[in-house]
Design a protein around this ligand. Structure first.
Ligand SMILES: Nc1ncnc2c1ncn2[C@@H]1O[C@H](COP(=O)(O)OP(=O)(O)OP(=O)(O)O)[C@@H](O)[C@H]1O
Ligand code: SF4
Ligand SMILES: [Mg+2]
Length: 336
């Protein structure tokens, strides 16, 4: 399979009040055609900043400092704003946000909004656009789609409105959909239904997906490949099966252990102690929270390296991490 997207050594920083936040600090990630790729990491690790860099929709204080973003062989960083607007955003790449109102206008009916996208991208008239829109609404399981077509966003429930934004994201037949925590704000039952439907749809239309989440359960369910992000860099990447069954980075292992789906707590749920904000200037960024780190981990800059074809890690002690993942005394502290 060919790489649809390749992000190479990306650095995106925010600047303000004399301080620099290195939100993305050397990230590498690729997505192949028709692949569903997960990006997981705790809050503040830089997931959304990667997505916003790739679409070049960073807030004013943010800027891509270095690195490559190659989409279908084109360096996104070299495109003009006009090319981004007409060729890439909402055309080749569309995005679904946690808050659906980011992509919807409260002053227009959902029908008006989706037909304007369809007319713009597919060069069709109003009648055909309406037929296509209703068909898309049906595909994303919007009940009574003809009626919903004339609703304003505020007249629809949270689940229904997220379905509308999924339909909008699919309307331009993109090559890549970026979904940034689209189900996190919904209640569990609705989130599950939407996940099932989304999974079916992407299989049907054959689009690539970058699914951003902090929920490993969602990754396991819908993704082929996973990227584990910490403090602006990727710590582990591989097929979901490989990484979940054989994590070789202690951060990944900590995430898995602190998730009740994979660990049956006997009174206590282990957690990764410490905070994301404690980042050493040199060496491994995870060192302050790593149960197996030693001074050697602070001596050199640690590269992401391939362990095998489908597995890469940024750690100099994978054997110790492996032992850790097999030991009962895993070093992650318990909280009641
Ligand atoms: N507009 C901004 N100005 C300054 N710093 C920012 C801005 N947006 C994000 N950051 C900082 O960049 C870092 C990465 O943020 P980002 O939103 O990409 O993380 P995230 O992984 O998406 O987190 P979450 O899971 O909470 O959505 C954080 O330290 C955050 O505080
Ligand atoms: S390099 Fe060292 S500190 Fe970093 S994850 Fe590996 S063992 Fe832990
Ligand atoms: Mg985010």
């Amino acid at each position: 399979m060919m790489n649809l997207l390749e992000i190479k050594d990306l650095h995106t920083y925010f600047e303000g009040n004399g301080a620099i936040v290195k939100a993305v600090d050397g990230a590498d990630l690729s997505i192949r055609e028709r692949e569903v790729v997960g990006l997981v990491g705790e809050s503040g690790s830089g997931k959304t900043t990667i997505a916003n860099s790739l679409l070049r929709i960073l807030p004013e204080t943010g800027r891509i400092v270095s690195g490559g973003i190659i989409f279908k062989g084109i360096n996104i960083r070299e495109l003009s704003e006009k090319e981004m607007q007409f060729k890439i955003r909402g055309n080749e790449i569309s995005m679904i946000f946690q808050d659906p109102m980011v992509s919807l206008n409260p002053l227009f009916t959902v029908g008006e909004q989706i037909t304007s996208v369809l007319k713009l991208h597919q060069d069709i008239g109003q009648k055909e656009a309406k037929t296509k829109a209703i068909d898309l609404f049906r595909k994303v399981r919007i009940s009574d789609p003809e009626k919903r077509f004339d609703n304003y966003p505020h007249e629809l429930s949270g689940g229904m409105i997220q379905r509308v934004t999924i339909a909008m994201a699919m309307s331009c037949e993109p090559s890549l959909i970026i979904a940034d925590e689209p189900t996190t704000a919904l209640d569990v039952t609705i989130a599950n239904q939407i996940l099932n439907e989304f999974e079916e749809l992407i299989g049907e239309i054959g689009v690539s997906v970058l699914w951003i989440t902090h929920d490993l359960g969602v990754i396991k369910r819908i993704c082929d490949y996973v990227n584990v992000m910490y403090a602006g860099t990727l710590m582990e990447q591989g097929t979901v099966k490989t990484v979940f069954e054989n994590p070789l980075h202690s951060y990944t292992f900590g995430l898995l252990r602190s998730n009740v789906i994979y660990y049956e707590p006997k009174g206590k749920i282990p957690t990764i102690m410490g905070e994301l904000s404690e980042i050493p200037h040199q060496g491994c960024k995870f060192y302050p929270r790593c149960p197996i780190g030693d001074e050697g981990c602070l001596q050199e800059s640690i590269e992401l390296r391939k362990i095998d074809e489908n597995h890469s890690i940024r750690c100099i002690k994978p054997e110790d991490a492996k032992r850790l993942s097999r030991s009962k005394n895993h070093g992650f502290q318990g909280v009641c």
